[in-house]
Design a binder for this molecule. Structure first.
Ligand SMILES: Cc1ncc(COP(=O)(O)O)c(C=O)c1O
Length: 397
């Protein structure tokens, strides 16, 4: 009998699934354009003051473990950032836990809020770790619909119809990966209202909070009075330090109903000892320092978003909602293009462009592909030319 747990066999991460195959093609001499991973640090330079802070932190000691909850100065800087940037008032350092990226935040929060057999409501389509970490904890990930034709907004009626006795939290990803949606204040308030009616918290992943092109981003915690919100955020994307692994969890919990969840997560952070100490020291410099690079980042990405949308809209048989935040575009393929997973493999083999199949993000992602628009326009142009050639060859055959 083969060894290995069933739970692990049920998880997947489509975003990196084909990377080894693409690398193999590259080693054989093929040119590959990678539009699969949302890593802005590959295309934009980390600001000098942040890099210098890391180098200084590493050379001036800081090789020891940090406190499990995170260093006090970083927890303070996070409170200030959330207050000043997102209007989240009332947070104290005790409400904040530093994590090794939002990825670790997800991994810590889900098993602390729900037991095996409980349910968590997750958007469909969604960033895959929410489903995977639920499965690993024996939690049943129940998905709610996001409506593509309405800018991928969460379907409140669907949330209402799925929220029952066993649901322990509603997950919101805003701005969204993979759709690029930025939710209206009305939608967020409706979700807070439903959560309040059922006495469950909202888990709000806001890692793209400062990467917004149109409309107004509103933080869930800033809109909630008494409904508890567990915020997940991090420095990977906005501060261009994906590889340093720095994120955080915060609790907006005016009535203290999440106290035991918070204590549970603190216990788990002790079990994993500490987050990278020099990175935390540099994180303070990032959060308290100049934000000029964010303006430039958003300006460049807006151009890349507009270009990608224009190209896709020129293709026949494609439907594409305009992404308003993050750096992903999520077109729906026409029926003639075949299955999304097969399309992605064939495109890679034939043209050397790597995308992610939409089905990797959930049932409602089927028939879509996710394209990362981080590279410079010349690279995007080459990639879209290749995709266009591939589609026209497919239409003919
Ligand atoms: C919605 C969302 N949450 C969390 C993450 C993980 O980010 P990190 O672990 O680098 O903080 C990502 C990365 O792509 C993401 O898109």
């Amino acid at each position: 009998m083969p060894l290995g747990s069933k739970r692990v066999s049920m998880i997947n991460y489509a975003i990196r699934d084909l990377v080894n195959y693409a690398k193999k093609l590259e080693n054989e001499g093929r040119k590959i354009i990678y539009l699969n991973i949302g890593d802005p640090a590959l295309f934009f330079e980390t600001p000098a003051h942040i890099r210098e802070a890391l180098a200084k932190a590493a050379t001036e000691g800081n090789s020891h473990y940090a406190p499990s909850e995170g260093i006090p100065k970083l927890r303070e800087a996070i409170c200030r950032k959330e207050r000043e940037v997102n209007g989240v008032n009332g947070l104290t350092p005790d409400d904040v836990l530093v994590t090794a990226g939002v990825s670790e935040g997800i991994q810590l929060v889900l098993p602390s809020i729900a037991d095996a057999g409980d349910e968590i409501l997750i958007p469909d389509p969604s960033y895959p770790p929410y489903v995977s970490y639920s499965i690993l904890s024996g939690i049943n990930p129940k998905t709610y619909r996001c409506i593509e034709e309405e800018g991928w907004r969460p379907d409140i009626d669907d949330i209402r119809s799925k929220i029952g006795e066993k649901v322990r939290a509603i997950v919101l990803i805003n701005p969204n990966n993979p759709s690029g949606a930025v939710y209206s204040e009305k939608t967020i308030r409706e979700i807070i209202h439903v959560a309040g009616e059922h006495n469950v918290p909202v888990i709000s992943d806001e890692i793209y909070d400062q990467i917004v092109y149109d409309g107004n981003f509103k933080s869930t915690a800033a809109l909630s009075d008494d409904v508890p919100v567990i915020g997940l955020n991090g420095l990977s994307k906005t501060y261009l330090i994906t590889g340093w692994r720095l994120g955080y969890i915060y609790f907006h919990d005016p009535e203290g109903v999440l106290d035991s969840v918070k204590e549970g997560i603190k216990k788990m952070t002790r079990m994993r000892l500490s987050v990278n100490t020099p990175a935390q020291v540099a994180g303070v410099a990032a959060l308290n320092g100049s934000k000029e690079h964010i303006k430039e980042l958003v300006l460049s990405l807006r151009e890349r978003r507009d270009y990608s949308l224009k190209r896709l809209n020129e293709f026949t048989d494609v439907y594409c909602e305009k992404p308003r935040g993050a750096f992903y575009i999520f077109p729906k393929l026409g029926e003639k293009w075949g299955r999304d997973d097969e399309f992605v493999v064939e495109l890679l083999k034939s043209k050397g462009v790597l995308l992610v199949s939409g089905s990797g993000f959930g049932e409602r992602g089927k028939g879509h592909v996710r394209i990362v628009f981080l590279p410079p326009i010349e690279v995007l142009e080459e990639a879209f030319n290749k995709i266009e050639e591939f589609i026209s060859q497919k239409m003919i055959s």
